[in-house]
Ligand binder design. Sequence first.
Ligand code: PHE
Ligand code: ZN
Length: 865
Amino acid sequence: MADAAPAPKDPATIRREDYRPPAWFIPEVELDFQLDLERTVVRSKLDVRRSKSAKADEPLVLQGDDISPTSVKVDGEARTDWTLVEGDLVLPLNGASHSVEIEVELDPSTNTQLMGLYASNDMLCTQCEAEGFRRITFAPDRPDVLSRYQVRMEADKAKFPVLLCNGDKVAEGDGENGRHWVQWNDPWPKPSYLFALVAGDLVANNDSFTTRSGKPVELNIWVRDGDLDRTGHAMKALKDSMRWDEETYGREYDLGLFNIVAVSDFNMGAMENKGLNIFNSRYILADPEVATDADFDGIEGVVAHEYFHNWSGNRVTCRDWFQLSLKEGFTVYRDQSFSADMGSAALKRIEDVRILRAAQFPEDAGPLAHPIRPESYQEISNFYTATIYNKGAEVIRMMNTLMGAESFRKGTDLYFDRHDGEAATCEDFVTAMEDGGEIDLKQFRNWYETPGTPRVTANLSHDPQTGTATVHLSQKIAQNGEKPKSSELVIPLKTALLDPETGAHQGEQLLLLDQTEKSFVLEGYRDHPVLSINRGFSAPIILESSQTAEQLAFLSAHDDDPFARFEAVQRLMTGYLTAKVLGTPVDRDIILHAVAKILGDKEIDPAFLAELLVLPSEAFLGDQMVEVDPQAIHDEREKLRGKIAVQFEKQFRKLYKSCWPGEFSLDAEARANRKLRNVTLGYLAASYTDDAAELAFEQYREADNMTAMQGALAVLSHLEAEERTIAFDDFYAKFKSNPLVLDKWFSLQAMSLRPDTVKRIDSLSRHPDFTLSNPNRVRALYGAFTGNQVRFHDLSGKGYQMIADMVIALDKQNPQTAARFIPQLGRWRRYERERSELMRLALEKIAAQPELSKDVSEQVHKSLA
Ligand code: PHE
Ligand code: ZN
C-alpha cells in the first residue's frame, strides 16, 4: 500500500451510458479486523448471489486496489483458480449462491493516500467514498450493491481502547495478550462506500437526543484527549440538525447510536458513513480562542450536511457515481436551508452565492466544465466539484422556487418513501418530485445535462401611454467543456419593478424564462420603474442587463430584497472597476455617493453593512473580463479601496469604535460587530493613515477571540511594519501546538499582498511545521496562495512553478489532494499572454512526469486539451 500504482498510459474513460446492473449481489457481509498500525489482517465473508439477469458462467469480479489475497475460500474450500486483473479479483463460480471468504493483509502506516484504512496520529481510520473500500478488501465496490454488515474488530486494548464501526455495538470483550474486541451490527443495508471503522485512544463528548417518535439516540463526538472542550458547538449543531430534519423534511434518525470522530489527516471536509461520521477535525473543534466566526459556521454547516446524508445519501443512495449530485446537490441544499434557518437567511444567501461564483462559475467556464450529472469520467475523485455540490444545490433550490414549499415537500416525501433502501438516480428524484409535487419538470431536466453558466439578458421597456412595462429576457449558454444537448433551460427569475421615486413595488413576480427569448408585459406602471431581477439569486445565471450606474445606485439604496441590494452594489463596483482596468472613462462619484448612502442608512444592521462594504474580489473581477491581468485589477481595486477609505475615514473610525463587541458571545449582534470591525479596520488601513499598523496591532493584542485576531493579522500581513513581525511571531509562539490555528498562520502569510510573498511561500514550504502529509497544512499554505491573485500570478512565473513542483511531489503520496490544485493552473487560457504561457508551461511540466496518478493525469490532460 505504498505509493500510487503507476497509472495506465491512457486511463480508461467510464461512461454513464455504459451502466449495467451488477451480476452479483451480496446481501450479507461479515468482516473481521485484527487491527494494528503496521499489520492489519482483514477476513471477509461474502454471501454472494448471482443476479437473475446475469449469465450462468459469469465469474465473480471483486474490485481491489493495491491489495492481494493471502487466502480465498468458496463454500469453505480453499481455492487457487482466481486471477488478479488490473487489481481486481476474478473468481470463477458456477452456482447461484456461494459463501466467499477472503483474507487480506494491510499496512495502514504506509497508506499516504488517506483512502482505505490509514493511520492518523496514532489512530486507525477509514475513508471509503468513492472507491476506497477496495483498498481494504476485495468487494463489488459500487454503490448499487447494498449489504448488511456484521463487523468484528480486535486490537491492542492499551493502544486502541476505542473501537468504532457502523450501526449498533452488539458485544464486546477482552481477548488474550492485552487485546480486546467489539462486535458491530449495522441493520441497514448499505453500499461499501459508507463502511467505516475507527480504532484509537479517544474520548467522547457524550449526549443524547430523543426523536420525535420518542426513540432515544446516544450521541458521541470522539476526539483526542485535550480537545473535548472544543466539541460543544458541533454537538449543538448535531442536535439542531436532528430536530430540523424531523420538522422540515419529516426525517427521523434510525439507529440508537450516532458517532462522530474528528481526525487530523483527511482529504475532504467530512464523510457521512452510516452511524459513524468521520470528520476533518477543522469541522469539529472550536472555541472562541481558536476558531473564527466563519469556522463556527463551517462546523454547523458540515455537521448538518453529514447528518442530513443519513437520508439523502444513505437510506436513499446513488445507483452509480454519475448520480453523485443526487445526494450531494440535494444535501448541500438541505444544509444551506438549515443554516439559513439557524441564522440570517439573507447573509447565508449572500455567502452561498459568493462561494458559487468563486468556485463553480470559473469551473463551468473552463476546461473542466461538466454537467451536474456528468457523462463520463476517468477518476471519480475529480468529480467532487463545486458543480456537483453547489450548482447541484442551486438546481434543487430552483425546483423549490418553481413548486412552492408545500409541493416541494410532497415531492421529497414521495422520493424518500419510494426509494428508501434503494440506489437511485437523478432521474428517479425528478420523477418523484413531479409525481409527488404534481408538476411537469420535463424541460427543467435540461439542467442535469447542460454544462456552462447561462447568460441571461434582461431589458425593461416602458410605455407611459398604456402604463405597461415589458421585461425582455433572453438566454444563452457559453459552450465550454462538454457540449450541451439542449440549450433551452427553465430559468426562474424572481422579479420586482420598483417605483423610481420611492423604491416601493407591487409584489414580487416569478418570471419563467423557458425559451431562448421571452417577454413579459406587466400592467399598471405610470412611471418608468426600475428593474430588480433574479432577486434572492433565484437562478444560477450571469445577468447581462443594460442597467445604468444610476439605476444600480438606486437599487443599492432602495431594493428591499437584501440579496438584490447587495448585488446592485457589487455590480456598480464591478462595472466601475472593469471599466478602469480597460481604460474606459467612467464616473467614480456615483460609487462614492452610493457608499455614502449606505453608510448613512440607519436601518442597515451591522452584519449587512459589512457585506455591502466589501468590494468584489480580484478573482471575481477577473472572471468578468475577456482577458485577465491580475496586476491591473489589483491596482484599480486598491485605488478604489483607498479612495473610499480616505473619503469616509471619519465614519469608518467611528464605526470601528462603535462596534466594539464587548464580552465574547456567539449571538448575531456580537458576531455582526466583529465582522464590521474587521471590515472597517481594513478600510482604515487602506486610508494611508500612519496609525494603521498600530491600530491593527492593538486589536491583535486586545483580542479575546480568533475572529478579531485573524482580522488584525490579515491587515498586518500586507504591511511593511515591525508590528507585523512581532504579531506573527507572537501568534506562532502562542499557537504552535494547535495544528488548526497553525494552519491560519500559514494561510495569512500566503495571502499577503507583499511583493515578497512568493519568496516567503518558498521558505514556509521548508518550515519545520510544514508537511505534505497533512492535507489541511497543504491547503493552508498552497491553497491560500493560489487564491492570492496578484502574488500567485506574479509575472516571474515562480508562483506557477512552485505549484507545479508541489503537485508533482504530492502526487506520489496523495493524488486526490494533488489533483485539486490543477484547476488553478488549468485556467491558463483566461490570462494575458505572458502569464498564460507560463501557466501552460507549468501544466506541461506536470504532464511530462513519468508516473502520474489517474487523478492528476485526467485534470492536467483535460486542462491542456
Ligand atoms: N461525501 C462527503 C460529503 O460530501 C465528501 C467526501 C467525498 C469525503 C469523498 C471524502 C471522500 O459529505
Ligand atoms: Zn456530502
